[in-house]
Design a protein around this ligand. Sequence first.
Ligand code: HAM
Length: 422
Amino acid sequence: MAKTIQAIRGMNDCLPTQTPLWQKVESTIERVVSAYGYNEIRMPIVEMTPLFKRAIGDVTDVVEKEMYTFEDRNGDSLSLRPEGTASCVRAGIENGLFYNQEQRLWYMGPMFRHERPQKGRYRQFHQVGVEVFGLQGPDVDAELIMMTARLWKELGIDQHVRLELNSIGSLEARHNYRQALIAYLEPHIDVLDDDCKRRLHTNPMRILDSKNPDVQAILGDVPALADYLDDESKAHFAGLCEMLDNAGIAYTVNQRLVRGLDYYNRTVFEWITESLGAQGTVCGGGRYDGLVEQLGGKATPAVGFAMGLERLVLLMEELQLTEVRRRVDAYVVTMGEGSMMAGLQLAEQLRDQIPTMRVMNHFGGGNFKKQFKRADAVGAAFALVLAETEITEGKVTIKDLRGGEQQTLSTAEAIEWLQAQM
Ligand code: HAM
């Protein structure tokens, strides 16, 4: 036998047994974002490498260690997208979406990061992202967070996620804070691990969320970013907190929350669950008012977030929220001369008249017992039986596969009866 070829580590198939839950999550998200008037945008999966370097930042984990970068046949450096914000901004600039217009956008699709795979962390994973352009007040930030809160409710996970919030201020405030942070950390340089040492002068704020306990231990008296915030950022943050309070959305302010991508300013937030172990962040985002201009567009305020679909699906499985709509409503069982064609026609007629109904025909012959067993196996609610008597009399026997009762009706009556059950 030929040697089998396996999928790439960290890149998973979504099998037919898993897709119903994925579809439920995806369609719920689609319904919720549409309810806020957001429009879908679709971007390519591959972009020019400098886009991500410029947007996400040269000294971030994503750009330094995790991108799938390759040279194409023209010698251009291309990368599989590690996230969607950079592409979304690029697409908006390129297509003139930001000229004197507000944009409320969302997207869904695969992202790629060469991280060490573990539960909840993959090399190909899927995000839904939401991005708003052209609005600078805290009201939009509040709406985005309210949108996520509504989504958690609809998915049934709202009791299992909590919101962390912070403001990282303006570029200038962050610059001042950086200096203070470096001055504080330099005397402790011996305690810093290699990663932190490397970041000390390039990206010291990332040291704040280091997982290393020795590093965490020296952070006790670290200067607080809040003390360096500019007045406008303070007012923006206070405005956001007030709106969340009024909307009844609970949150904790986490001064150490800085996020792993460089483009943020002011609001940053994460939704975290304790039910998934180390990879507990199901959604993260914030403001990035400087990014459009930084990528060559006209200065445009922006805010957004993205959530990891694998993590949402895992959480729902963990909480046993896996009930999905059944795949098949009715299974057509046939027996005898001419019954197969009659079965196909009945199924077509049902699909014409009850568009939401899912009908499956039995193929491959076999006695009633075998056919009913198949009907059970696919999870059908009803079997529709067409045998010789039914066919000569123009009738259908409907067998309820859960209760066991059966009734024989004319085709028209049967359709009417089934319609009432859907
Ligand atoms: P991020 O925090 O890098 O932000 O990713 C957002 C979410 O994607 C994470 O909270 C997590 O649920 C999921 N995720 C990230 N990496 C992986 C992975 N390796 N495996 C599974 N899930 C993962 C962004 O990507 C920003 N673009 C979000 C944003 C949009 N900010 C503003 N607008």
